[in-house]
Write a protein that binds this ligand. Structure first.
Ligand SMILES: CC(C)(COP(=O)(O)OP(=O)(O)OC[C@H]1O[C@@H](n2cnc3c(N)ncnc32)[C@H](O)[C@@H]1OP(=O)(O)O)[C@@H](O)C(=O)NCCC(=O)NCCS
Length: 143
């Protein structure tokens, strides 16, 4: 397995992974716009040339948002999301980022368990944050 930064030319592979088994995914246009915005960091884990995990982040001056992390269903519980989070954390820390924030659906037990396993702490609830009316939990981690 290898982990590396991803770029605009990787958009179709990223979208294919996101949309495979995760409905909250990005579409290609959103992702291309994010790359063009210049504050976006995306990393992937490859098994050979197959992309099996992706993390997307957007960076401000001294904090950053984790937009999403997805591991291919066949590769879960093998520390791929952990590897991705460690990788972008190092990159962001080198860039002066001190805090990571994220929002996650209240019902997304596996993601919540993952983020808590990585030292994120719940700080608030955003009521009806998602279009379908579901609440978002907001988590933070100092890095
Ligand atoms: C959440 C997700 C990214 C985790 O990916 P992963 O590569 O399987 O995670 P890891 O193997 O690095 O897990 C690290 C730890 O997180 C916790 N964890 C991860 N998935 C879990 C689950 N389904 N149930 C309970 N704990 C879980 C565990 O503590 C795990 O360590 P362990 O396996 O030694 O017990 C993956 O389940 C996924 O892609 N879900 C769909 C997309 C999604 O909801 N993303 C998050 C919102 S953007």
């Amino acid at each position: 397995m290898t982990v590396k930064l991803l770029f605009k030319e990787d958009v179709s592979q990223i979208i294919a992974l996101y949309n495979k088994d995760f409905a909250d995914g990005w579409n290609a246009k959103m992702l291309q716009d994010a790359f063009d915005g210049g504050r976006f960091i995306c990393a992937g884990v490859f098994d050979g040339d197959k992309l099996v995990g992706v993390i997307t982040c957007s960076k401000a001056v001294d904090d950053a948002d984790i937009e999403g992390v997805v591991t291919d269903k066949d590769y879960r519980r093998r520390k791929i999301a952990t590897t991705l989070l460690d990788f972008v954390t190092k990159t962001l820390k080198n860039d002066g980022v001190k805090k990571l924030f994220l929002e996650v659906r209240e019902s997304n037990d596996s993601a919540i368990a993952f983020y808590q396993s990585q030292g994120f702490e719940k700080i608030s609830v955003r009521k009806k944050y998602y279009q379908d009316g579901e609440n978002a939990l907001v988590f933070v981690k100092e890095i």
